[in-house]
Every structure is written in structure tokens, then in C-alpha cells.
Design a protein around this ligand. Structure first.
Ligand code: AHR
Length: 666
């Protein structure tokens, strides 16, 4: 869909933005109403129901130590340092009392366990949790452990303690079963105080020998109260966005630093004690943000991802390794004649998600508790892979998958950047091959986002569609961490997103990235939602994303200023849709200038609009404003009623504001 030359709009955007950013704009913006024309009854493109989604990766302790609610770090002693996160506390050390035993010949997925020889004096095994353990007063905590003992004798006392070793929760477990096999037993108890940085202690009493593995503690308030499930507050942020899709499991963790370290979905399903832990590739990626205790336990595995997508009403969008490891790290590739296992993983995943329960992988899904198919429609082949080596491999995947599932949609990579030789090679070749979707990623400064609001106005309307699979404004300057998610970044994102929406016939899906970050354990910023061990807040970016995804509409309509798309004139960026189901006309407009702007929206056409509507406004005069644990709603939507006069709506947009105006019609 092309309305006007985006080039003109972009030049205009650039000039006006620099005027306003140098403080040269004057009050004429506010005084003389600008006429913005909205052609209310002419649909110029359809909006896909799953247009706005979320990108999930286990980065910044997003899964382990984050949404996966397990509170014990290194529960099965499989970290490179087997006792990382654990300490033994006793009066007099006794040699051989606790051993980490490796049985890798008989159990490759979970080789290590703890052998305890308990004699007379009691001692404690303490786990520090992921940057501490978040404990809530009055909440139930569910402990479980796998054990093996020839005879009864050892009793476990379960203690939550604060930094001063005060007990703030206590339970006990008497291992009941004896014999040669492993058993699982659980016990629950209630915490007596709230503490964001508690620790967990196993106090050994009695006498005897016992082997322990999978020492686990979960809060009792997981999402949907699923045992050993997800952190409810974190899932709720996603559910509230009503995302059209959830892309998982990444990101770079799909690729791995090398092929051995890649994400393999088949190793992430079934009993958790059989899911082979690997090092998280973000463990070592950034020297300045090293995370030696970052591993992937896969407690949040592919079955749970599908279940999460279903819970929050999103399409599942898995991304699979294409036989290539991260090209910034090892750049290791699987030989072309050894690509079969990778391709087979993709085919089997489709069967796992959609296959009849009589098929091998469909039966596996049913055995895991979900006989009904997940109705998977698409997957990504490769993450940020590039070059001829990618093209060769994606061609093999495409043939195999399309031969068996002709209607299944595949997402292809366009590399790490939205321009340059690598992008051009992939974009041109993949379009030539009629790829279903091309995945574009951009992490760029605010200025780039503003200049690119018209990026898709000139894209080909037919053939391959665009999936903007990862994007975020990276604020310039020396700021790091959660203050990168400032209002300027979110406002520039909103501005560009009007360009995605205007071109919804071309850009059919988009997701901000990354999604979650732990305030004490992040590697990458900005991120949409920040958490600590107990709390979480949405950044200004979160509210921008939510405003788009909950107001996506069904049909794009034209909105113009002087007959041109609004791509930066006087700092304005706009798009408009109608929602034929909800019967709403929805205008999204960003004011990137430091001046108020008085607008007459001329609502042209046959649509019978009611005389009053609402406007959800995000605004802040300070572009550096952030949300935080102390001030989580500093930039958050404020709702007000707006009134039409006939076919005109007059509004004054605040400086640095983003408005979503909703006008009901009959
Ligand atoms: O979103 C963070 C990282 O950015 C992703 O893992 C990767 O795909 C991109 O480079």
C-alpha cells in the first residue's frame, strides 16, 4: 500500500525533528489547528489478527531465575561448578560427608546427584537462589526432591531464612521410600515474612545415607496454580497485552555459541529431571555483564511455551536452529549432508504441535497432557543467520517442510541489521525465492526509528511479507540498564510503529525485544519489562506495545496531512484503523516535538461516528523519564473523553506525547 512518496515524508521528518530538537520550533504548532484527514470508510489494508506479538528469550534471567518460578539455583548440580549456588554449613567439616557423584554412563541427561552420609551432628546445605529468593508472607512454598536410600534414617528440615539467619518459613520432609530406585517426595509450608532476598536451607537431621537430586522449591502462587509452573505476575504482563503471537525461545540462544550449545526442543520436553541442562549462551557473551551462574534448566520447555501461548490466546511462533551456530561466536555450521537431524527436528515439531495422537510426536504431546493439537501455523528457520551458507541451509529446510506441509508458513532471517550488504543479499534472494516471511531486526537510536517511519511505504506489496521480529530503540550516550527504557525510546518506537501499522499489508507481524530483564542480573538493555525477585513493572515501551496490541483494529484506513502520509511533519507520526468487530475507529498519533500541537481531525466518509470517544495518552515533558520499581506508572496511559463536532475532532496533543484515540461508530 503506497499513498505518497515516503522519501518526501522522511526528509520532512528529518528536517522538522532536527528543528525541534534544537529548540527552534515555535508556538505556531499550538495555535493554528492542523487539518489531518481520516478517510474513515475506505479500508486500504487488512490488519492480521496476530500483528503485534511478543519475543521471549531466556536472556537477562528471563526464564531461569525469572518467569520459570523455580527458586533453587543449580537444583540438580549440573552447573560447570557442581556446587555453585550451594554452601555447606556445619560446625566441624567432615570429609566425604557430601559428595557430588557423576553417573554419566547411565544418565547422560542428568548425570550428577548429591550423596549424603549423615552421622551424628546436624548440618545445613544452603542455596542462595537466583540473586536471593523472593519470599512472601503467608504464601505456601512447595518443596520437592528426588532421593534414594537403602534405609530410613535421614530427616530433612526445610528452612527459609533472611540475611540474619532468622527463620521466616519452616517445613520438614521424612523420606519414606527405601530401595534401589529414585523416588520423589514433596512437602509444603507457609512463609511467615516477606523478604526479596531470602535463602533456603536444608537441615539434615538423624543418621544414615541418602542420595538427593532435583532439590526444588516453588511459590504456591504460580500462573494458573500449575505445579512447578511460571511466575504469575510475569505472565500477567503478557496476558494483559493480548499478544497476537509469542516468538520463542529466542534470539541467540537458538543458535548457541556453537552447535553443541544450540537450543534443541526435543531435550526440553517430558520429565524435568530428564531435560539436559546446558550453559546459557548469555553466561559468557558480555565480559562487562558476565553471568557465570546462568544456565538453561529447560523447566520452561517447548511444551510449556505452547501451553503459555494457548493460555494467553497467542499464536505459537517457534524459531529453530538451521544448522548454524552464532556467526559472531564460533560460526560453526552443520555440513550440508549432515543437516537431516536439524530438518527432522523441524518436521517433528510440526507433528508434535499438530499431529494426530496416533503419530509418534502427536502421541508425545497427548502423553504430556494435551491431546488437542496446538494448531501451529508457522516457524522460523534460523535466528540472525546470514550469508550464502544460510541461503543453502534454509533452502533445504524449506523444501522438506513445504513438501510435507505446503501451507505451513516459514520465517526466514535477514541477518542482524536492516540494511547493508548482508541484508541486501538475503532480502533480494529470499524475495526471489518467494519466502513467506522475512525477519527484520533493528536495534537503533531514536533518530533512526523516526527516519524509518516510512520505511515500508515503498516495499513491494506482493510476495514475501515482513516480520519485524526484534526491535528496540537503543538510547544514545552512556546510559546502561533499566534507564535505557526512557520515554524518548518508547515514543520513537511508537512513531515507527505507526509506519508498520500503515503498511499492515506488508508488515504482518512485529515484536519488541527483548521482553524481560532481572534488575540484578541483566545482560542486555533496554527490555520491555523489568523484574526483581518479587515485583515487576512495565516500561514506557511496554505501554506503547500494549496500546498497539490491544487496539490493533481490523482494517487500515488513510490518515494524511496535506495529502501525505504522516511520517514526521512537525514531529507528527500517525496511523489509523477501524475495528469492524468492536465498531471503533482508532487513530494513533505521536507528537515528537517539544510543542503542543492543535489538530483538527477531519473524519471524512460515511462511517456513522458517535459523538464521544476516548483518548489514551502517554506523555511526558522529560524525554529521559523512566518507569521504575519506585515509580512504576510515571509514563503510563491516562484516559480522557473526547467529543466530536459533526465530523471534526479537535485535540491538542501534548509535547512529546502518544495518543490512541478511539471513536465508536454505529
Ligand atoms: O534480543 C537480544 C538479542 O538480539 C537476540 O538474542 C538476538 O537475536 C539479537 O541479536
Amino acid at each position: 500500500m503506497k499513498l505518497n512518496s515516503p522519501l518526501k515524508g522522511a526528509v520532512c521528518a528529518c528536517v522538522m525533528y532536527s528543528l525541534t530538537s534544537f529548540g527552534l520550533a515555535n508556538n505556531t504548532f499550538a495555535q493554528t489547528p492542523k487539518i489531518i484527514k481520516v478517510s474513515t470508510d475506505q479500508s486500504i489494508a487488512k490488519v492480521q489478527p496476530n500483528m503485534w506479538g511478543v519475543f521471549f528469550e531466556d536472556i537477562n534471567f528471563g526464564a531461569d531465575g525469572g518467569i520459570y518460578a523455580e527458586l533453587i539455583k543449580n537444583r540438580s548440580f549440573e552447573f560447570a561448578k557442581p556446587l555453585m549456588g550451594w554452601s555447606i554449613q556445619r560446625q566441624k567439616p567432615r570429609e566425604g560427608e557430601i559428595l557430588v557423584v557423576n553417573r554419566k554412563e547411565v544418565n547422560t541427561a542428568n548425570p550428577r546427584y548429591l550423596q549424603v552420609k549423615k552421622e551424628t551432628d546436624d548440618f545445613e546445605l544452603v542455596n542462595e537462589g537466583f540473586k536471593g529468593i523472593g519470599v512472601k508472607k503467608g504464601l505456601r512454598y512447595d518443596f520437592s526432591v528426588m532421593y534414594r536410600q537403602a534405609a530410613k534414617g535421614v530427616k530433612l528440615v526445610l528452612l527459609l531464612k533472611d540475611a540474619n539467619n532468622k527463620i521466616i518459613g519452616q517445613g520438614s520432609l521424612n523420606p519414606e521410600q527405601t530401595g534401589e530406585g529414585w523416588n520423589k517426595q514433596s512437602a509444603s509450608f507457609v512463609a511467615t515474612e516477606t523478604d526479596p532476598k531470602a535463602k533456603f536451607s536444608l537441615l539434615f537431621q538423624g543418621q544414615g545415607n541418602i542420595d538427593l537430586d532435583m532439590i526444588s522449591l516453588f511459590p504456591g502462587d504460580t500462573w494458573k496454580n500449575r505445579p512447578q509452573g511460571l511466575r504469575a505476575d510475569m505472565v500477567q504482563w503478557l496476558a494483559d497485552m493480548k499478544p497476537g503471537f509469542i516468538r520463542f525461545p529466542g534470539g541467540c540462544i537458538v543458535e548457541g555459541t556453537d552447535l553443541a550449545n544450540r537450543y534443541q526442543w526435543k531435550k526440553t520436553i517430558g520429565p524435568i529431571e530428564n531435560r539436559q541442562l546446558i550453559m546459557n549462551r548469555w553466561n559468557t557473551e558480555f565480559a562487562h555483564r558476565a553471568a557465570p551462574d546462568y544456565y538453561q534448566s529447560f523447566g520452561l520447555g517447548f511444551f510449556e511455551y505452547f501451553q503459555l501461548a494457548e493460555d494467553i490466546g497467542s499464536e505459537a511462533l517457534p524459531i529453530l536452529n538451521c544448522g548454524m551456530a552464532c556467526q559472531f561466536n564460533s560460526a560453526e555450521v552443520a555440513a550440508l549432508d549432515e543437516l537431516d537431524p536439524y530438518v527432522q527436528d523441524a518436521l517433528d515439531l510440526i507433528e508434535f504441535a499438530n499431529g494426530d495422537v496416533t503419530t509418534k510426536w502427536g502421541k508425545m504431546r497427548a502423553d504430556l497432557g494435551h491431546p488437542k493439537p496446538f494448531n501451529l501455523k508457522m516457524m522460523g528457520v534460523g535466528n540472525e543467520n546470514w550469508g550464502p551458507q544460510y541461503l543453502e541451509r534454509v533452502a533445504i529446510f524449506t523444501k522438506a517442510i513445504k513438501d510435507k506441509y505446503p501451507d505451513f508458513k516459514l520465517i526466514n532471517s535477514s541477518g542482524t541489521d536492516p540494511e547493508g550488504d548482508r541484508f541486501n543479499l538475503l532480502n533480494t534472494t529470499l524475495r526471489g525465492n518467494n519466502a513467506d516471511f522475512i525477519d527484520e531486526h533493528y536495534y537503533r537510536p531514536a533518530d533512526w526509528f523516526l527516519k524509518n517511519a516510512g520505511r515500508y511505504d515503498n516495499y513491494p506489496r506482493n510476495g514475501s511479507k515482513v516480520f519485524v521480529g526484534e526491535y528496540a530503540v537503543h538510547a544514545a550516550g552512556n546510559i546502561t540498564g533499566s534507564n535505557k527504557n526512557n520515554w524518548q525510546s518508547a515514543l520513537a518506537s511508537a512513531s515507527l510503529m505507526t509506519g508498520l501499522e500503515r503498511n499492515a499489508d506488508v508488515v504482518q507481524m512485529a515484536s519488541y525485544a527483548p521482553l524481560f530483564a532481572h534488575i540484578d542480573a541483566w545482560q542486555w538493555a533496554p527490555d520491555m519489562i523489568w523484574v526483581d525477585n518479587l515485583k515487576s513493572y512495565g516500561t514506557p515501551d511496554y505501554y506503547v506495545q500494549k496500546l498497539f496490541s490491544t487496539n490493533k483494529g481490523t482494517d487500515v484506513i488513510a490518515i494524511t496531512l496535506g495529502d501525505k502520509n504522516i511520517t514526521g511533519q512537525d514531529g507528527l507520526y500517525a496511523s489509523a484503523v477501524t475495528d469492524k468487530g468492536k465498531k471503533e475507529l482508532i487513530i494513533k498519533i505521536a507528537n515528537n516535538s517539544d510543542q503542543p500541537q492543535n489538530i483538527d481531525f477531519n473524519l471524512d466518509g460515511k462511517l456513522k461516528l458517535k459523538s464521544k470517544g476516548t483518548s489514551e495518552e502517554l506523555a511526558n515533558a522529560n524525554l529521559n523519564q523512566i518507569n521504575s520499581f519506585d515509580n512504576p506508572l510515571a509514563v503510563s496511559p491516562q484516559s480522557k473523553t473526547v467529543f466530536l463536532k459533526g465530523k471534526n475532532l479537535n485535540l491538542t496533543l501534548k509535547p512529546y506525547s502518544f495518543n490512541v484515540i478511539k471513536l465508536p461508530f454505529n
